[in-house]
Design a protein around this ligand. Structure first.
Ligand SMILES: Cc1cc2nc3c(=O)[nH]c(=O)nc-3n(C[C@H](O)[C@H](O)[C@H](O)COP(=O)(O)O)c2cc1C
Length: 375
């Protein structure tokens, strides 16, 4: 049987469902063209904004590693350590829209059949801020961007009307999606933050605003660890840190939990899965829950900046799995395990007795009848 890795997602045809996520691997023209040459199904640009960006004075990303047969977790480089997570406090692209616009145009002219998604971000506190979203959207799509991804999820924004502060407010999510949809001629994806109580609420806001897909997740808010010797945070500037984002292997189980909520709530909607993907087995989780594409950041950063070997593992792994299971396209297995995530009381008990989630009787089981007291 012919193995077909192509997918159609929000009306766009991708040679395979594997995309580079918006992050350092997609921050330059040369990285993006290298990624297309390597065969990535699509690329989401590093987020483009209109407000000035100045990053911290020091490293923007580091990698936390675990030592086998030990409990040590540290960012210190040492032989034999295995990746636990990435930690970053990098802001959006520090290049201006004027820098990006000609590059998007050039990339699309050179690679007309490759999918280029422009990630954009603005504020939401006023009509003029909402108009900034429209300016960004128009500029990118006029140069040929195939879709727009709205960054509603950057965890490092101080401004209360930006980044994950939008993503935490379903009404703002809706308003921003609607503003972009008013001018968009290309599909609009909303990238949500995992840092809320119920991501389904914000996704509903995105779809009500007209978003064509939801991407999930961005990084999880977190701090670097404190070095027990120096008593300093392993990443700091002048001893100070602020909340940053955790990515990589550590967030895979948490991100698929968010995705399971999303795809169950909206089984007919389009989702792009992100978080902790480094090989096909990881991506398969997202596909089996219902995602139509997945995106990779941390693993690609650690593999020649744009992840050529990661992509090989993904595509070969997908082809092998399809062959083994007799699937001819992603649609043969997409969503195949969506219905296996159920409420706790639906999980079988050893005795076969029904457990109704603790609703039947208040408190614990009734006490044993008291033994007859001797007179
Ligand atoms: C250094 C770094 C910079 C990032 N910059 C952006 C960004 O500009 N826009 C965005 O939407 N996500 C950004 N992300 C989040 C990633 O796109 C992705 O959602 C996250 O890292 C989880 O995927 P992973 O586990 O494969 O790393 C960034 C992540 C890292 C590590």
């Amino acid at each position: 049987m012919a193995i077909d890795l192509t997918v159609t997602f929000t009306g766009l045809r991708f040679p395979n469902p594997f995309l580079l996520a918006s992050a350092p691997p997609t921050e330059s023209e040369s990285n993006i063209t290298r990624a297309f040459d390597a065969g990535w199904g699509g690329v989401v640009t590093k987020t483009i904004g209109l407000h000035p960006v100045v990053n911290v004075d020091g490293p923007k990303t580091k990698f936390l590693r675990a030592t086998p047969d030990s409990t040590q977790l540290s960012m210190k480089k040492r032989p034999g350590a295995a990746l636990h997570s990435s930690w970053n406090w990098e802001l959006i692209s520090d290049k201006t829209l004027d820098w990006w616009v000609p590059r998007i145009g050039r990339i699309k002219k050179a690679y007309p059949h490759h999918v280029l998604v422009a990630s954009i971000m603005a504020g939401s506190g006023s009509d003029s801020e909402l108009a900034h979203w429209q300016t960004l959207a128009r500029a990118c799509q006029d140069e040929g961007a195939d879709a727009l991804e709205l960054n509603l999820s950057c965890p490092h924004m101080d401004r209360p009307d930006m980044g994950s502060n939008i993503g935490k407010d379903p009404e703002l999510v809706s308003v921003v999606a609607q503003a972009v949809k008013e001018v968009a001629r290309v599909p609009v994806w909303a990238k949500l933050t995992p840092s809320t109580t119920d991501i389904v609420v914000e996704a509903r806001g995105a779809f009500l605003g007209g978003a064509d897909a939801v991407s999930s997740t961005n990084t999880f808010p977190s701090l670097p660890l404190i070095d027990p010797e120096t008593l300093e945070f392993e990443m700091n500037v002048d001893g100070f840190v602020s909340s940053g984002g955790l990515g990589g292997p550590a967030i895979l189980p948490q991100s698929i939990a968010k995705m399971a909520q999303l795809t169950q709530a909206f089984p007919d909607r389009a989702f792009s899965g992100i978080g902790g993907i480094a090989e096909f087995g990881h991506a398969l989780n997202y596909f089996l829950l219902g995602c139509g594409t997945v995106q990779v950041c941390t693993a690609a950063m650690l593999d020649h900046a744009i992840g050529p070997n990661v992509l090989k593992r993904l595509t070969l792994g997908m082809a092998e799995a399809m062959e083994r299971h007799g699937w001819s396209s992603l649609e043969d297995f997409r969503g195949f395990r969506r219905d296996r995530v159920v409420v706790h009381s639906k999980i079988r008990r050893p005795s076969g007795e029904a457990y109704r989630g603790g609703y039947d009787v208040e408190g614990y089981a009734a006490a044993e009848p008291a033994a007859a007291t001797e007179r």
